[in-house]
Design a protein around this ligand. Structure first.
Ligand SMILES: [Zn+2]
Ligand SMILES: [Zn+2]
Length: 367
């Protein structure tokens, strides 16, 4: 067992006030809600809470001081108090929760996710899609009450239909009233005695739902649209779930997307690069004319303004960038080779040795 005073960072002669202050500080640093997924912090939080449970109790502290241990069962205190949220902790310390406490009687509907596949052209234009999805809807036999036909749910006697009960706890700050979910009715505020046979008392059955989704131009791959209240139906006084439509954009091998801009490449011949040309390349929706100026070098990037994708809720479209590569002919006949040698000579370049060398001869035989 670790030294409890050390755990809280206080001296053995610390006053109750000092111990309380030390614990408050540590608890706020180490609470699992502040450190999601951090198991080391969670472990320390438990240790610190346990140390505080002992040292804040005069009798247990005296016992610990004398024997170096107490008979407090492990997990005793934090099991009662600190499984809750950070709000519960703040409430304990400051009397009010960090956020407004919302408690509805009943069960909230489930959120539903739908995935849609879009083409680049649909990203360009925007599109309206009708999506059909499965959700939990109110059972038609019992209209969502969960009670057998001819019967109705009864108000929960434990919580008088509130779904919560008030627990009064003694803490180091005095008595604290905490709302906890009623265990008799699981927070629903009502109890179904005769269960609806169709939904076995759940009040819900899976059903098809349809939503019309207006996808604006310019959406990104992996983004989603949120439709509050279009998910599963609630039970009792809960709120309906939400529908999330995730948008996936199918890869288009012709383009690489960078936000509103598109990247593409085109291969032109050496004469085209040298003499210049006007070529047609693929755009998203229509062909795009591209002027190749004389003397274009391999790797040159051209920009076709406004031929990219629209920005989401933006005024104008992004651009299309075209990377130019220059094709070098792989095989030449004798006439072509002679022309190129003559060209090199006319350019004042050293005449290439070409296939006269041994390696060239070997390649020739292979082909
Ligand atoms: Zn039913
Ligand atoms: Zn209840």
């Amino acid at each position: 067992m670790k030294d409890l005073y050390e755990l809280l960072g206080v001296s053995r002669t610390a006053s109750a006030e000092e111990i309380k202050a030390a614990y408050r500080k540590l608890a706020r640093e180490l609470h699992p809600d502040v450190n999601p997924g951090n198991t080391a912090a969670e472990e320390r939080f438990k240790e610190v809470s346990q140390a505080y449970a002992i040292l804040s109790d005069d009798e247990k502290r005296a016992q610990y001081d004398r024997f170096g241990t107490t008979d407090i069962p492990s997990g005793g205190m934090q099991g009662d108090f600190f499984q809750g949220s950070i709000n519960d902790l703040f409430e304990m310390f400051f009397g009010t929760a960090g956020g407004a406490q919302r408690r509805t009687v009943g069960r909230d509907g489930e959120d539903v996710r739908v995935d849609l596949q879009l083409t680049l052209l649909e990203v360009l234009t925007g599109v309206q899609r009708e999506v059909t999805y499965r959700k939990m809807g109110h059972c038609p036999s019992c209209s969502g009450t969960g009670a057998a036909p001819g019967t109705s749910p009864e108000t929960c006697p434990s919580c008088q239909g509130q779904g919560v009960v008030i627990r009064v706890q003694s803490t180091f700050l005095g008595q604290v009233r905490t709302q906890i979910t009623c265990s008799t009715c699981s927070g629903e505020g009502r109890i179904v005695k005769d269960k609806c046979p169709s939904c076995r008392g759940r009040g819900l059955k899976a059903e098809d739902a349809v939503a019309t989704v207006d996808i604006p131009p310019g959406v990104e791959h992996g983004s989603h649209m949120h439709f509050p209240g279009r998910g599963g139906d609630p039970v009792g006084g809960g709120v309906p779930g939400d529908l999330y439509v995730f948008l996936n954009v199918t890869d288009d091998s012709r383009f690489v997307r960078q936000g509103p801009d598109l990247l593409t490449s085109v291969a032109i011949s050496f004469p085209q690069a040298a003499l210049g040309d006007s070529i047609t390349i693929d755009g998203v929706e229509t062909d795009v004319e591209l002027e190749i100026p004389a003397g274009t070098q391999p790797g040159t990037r051209f920009k076709v303004r406004g031929a990219g994708l629209p920005r989401l809720r933006g005024a104008h479209r992004g651009d299309l960038y075209v990377d130019v590569t220059v094709r070098v002919p792989e095989r030449l006949n004798e006439g072509q080779a002679k022309l190129l040698r003559d060209f090199a000579e006319a350019s004042g370049d050293e005449t290439p040795k070409g296939q006269a060398g041994l390696l060239g001869g070997l390649f020739k035989k292979k082909r």
